[in-house]
Design a protein around this ligand. Structure first.
Ligand code: TYD
Ligand code: ZN
Length: 412
């Protein structure tokens, strides 16, 4: 347990801790062998009473996380590919300027134009939809960036901040649309990021930001969303406060059932926003969030402990009957569950996963080996802990639902 006071990364006030998830290794650093040395960090989650931001305490330096061996590829989920293709179509239709190319004798189909930037463009799954117009991905992790470049996506090797935003404006101009999905919460310097986005957007330009929503985390007791790569947890109230400091405002909000429950914010310069129905929607959502008081967060921490006892009870019971258990999906989230609950290979010897960068390695903080997903059916396991519960329908479709005893490791 850490006794030190943790200052809010947004407003510098002293935060209040509501959850301790113990010592955790770097969530996505899979070990080559059991004896590999691992750095560990206390995973404490805190609330800022002044700007309502929810964030973790200490976290590893981002330069040690988004390396050339970063093992998360957006394209690992067919469902997520479809989700981002749909977002791309929507942006083309609604937010990018269109023009009518002159094709002699041919039909004049409207085409999207303008300049789009993605922060944390990963393997280019989203930006692949924009290779015929000016676009730019910002991605510090070398291996996923190379994948995007192979897909014809233009990328810079950078961590986004106000300086990088200035460099983009200088060399490519201001952006019509900026997009970030499941990345804004991973960048420690929130004020520099927001100022950069504010500088980068054209007059009338928009920022679309999607991330896991705290309301879903509380409701589903999905404490595995807390891992040391994921620094901030989203609420409309805290997001609005942080934006306010940089002349940015929310003009619409949507919710999606991806990554365990996500919120999508539509943001523009405040100076370009009209008083509209949108502000009513935002105010209403903030009223609902007022229910996430500090007491509610402390109650959540009690539910997390209960959830740990429940899953351990279930696994020990199966073992006591002589049953075998395997895991499915060596996600970053699984690292939190394994290390918080103290689950190791005596309970779960193997976790199957599709990412070849993780195959035959060991889950951070444990001696559990990751095996290729194509061995899953050969082993034909009965009891399977579904660590990627957020991809349940995709997995059940591939692996069969009725054939197995699927165990969801979170919730009550
Ligand atoms: P995910 O929950 O998307 O993200 P995170 O790692 O941030 O928690 O999990 C990604 C992992 O799940 C990745 O290693 C690929 C794996 N995976 C499968 O093994 N099978 C699947 O069907 C899907 C969709 C993902
Ligand atoms: Zn604060």
């Amino acid at each position: 347990m850490t006794g030190l006071k943790i200052a809010c990364r947004v407003c510098s006030s002293t935060t209040k801790k509501f959850l301790e998830l113990g010592q955790q290794p770097v969530a996505n650093r899979f070990k080559d062998d059991i004896l590999s040395r691992e750095e560990k960090y206390f995973l404490d989650v805190v609330f800022c009473p002044d700007c309502f931001t929810i964030q973790i305490g200490k976290c590893p330096d981002v330069a040690n996380v988004y390396t050339d061996e970063y093992p998360f590829f957006t394209s690992s989920s067919d469902y997520m590919i479809k989700h981002f293709n749909e977002l791309a179509e929507y942006i083309k239709r609604v937010y990018l300027p269109t023009f009518f190319p002159v094709i002699p004798g041919g039909a004049r189909e409207p085409q999207a134009n303008g300049f789009i930037v993605e922060i944390g463009s990963n393997d280019g799954t989203f930006l692949k939809n924009f290779t015929n117009i000016p676009h730019l991905g910002i991605e510090p992790a070398g291996n996923v960036r190379s994948e995007a470049i192979k897909n014809g996506v233009q990328c810079w090797d950078s961590f986004f901040d106000v300086g990088v935003a200035g460099a983009i404006v200088q060399s490519m101009g201001k952006a019509d649309v900026v997009v970030s999905t499941n990345v804004f919460g991973h960048i420690p310097n929130r004020n520099s990021t927001l100022q950069g986005i504010s500088d980068l957007l054209k007059e009338g330009g928009i920022w679309i930001n999607e991330e896991a929503y705290l309301g879903d985390i509380l409701e589903k007791i999905s404490y595995d969303q807390f891992y040391n790569e994921h620094i901030f947890y989203s609420t409309v109230a805290s997001f609005k406060q942080a934006l306010d400091r940089h002349d940015l405002g929310i003009f619409d909000v949507d919710f999606y059932n991806v990554h365990g429950g996500s919120v999508r914010y539509f943001v523009s310069h405040k100076r370009n926003m009209s008083e509209s129905a949108a502000s009513k929607k935002v105010d209403h959502l903030i009223d609902v969030e007022n229910l996430y008081s500090f007491d509610r967060l402390k109650h959540f921490a009690v539910e997390v402990k209960r959830s740990k006892h429940k899953i351990l009870g279930q696994l020990h019971m199966i073992k006591s009957w002589g049953g075998e258990i395997v895991g499915y999906g060596a996600s970053a989230k699984s690292t939190t569950i394994l290390n918080y609950c103290g689950i190791d290979r005596d309970l779960i010897p193997v976790i199957y996963d599709t990412t070849k960068e993780k195959h035959h390695k060991f889950c951070p903080g444990t001696n559990i080996q990751v095996m290729p997903h194509y061995h899953f059916n050969g082993h034909n396991p009965t009891n399977v802990v579904l660590f990627i519960w957020n991809h349940a329908s995709e997995v059940y479709k591939k692996e069969g639902f009725k054939e197995r005893n699927w165990i969801i490791p979170i919730g009550n």
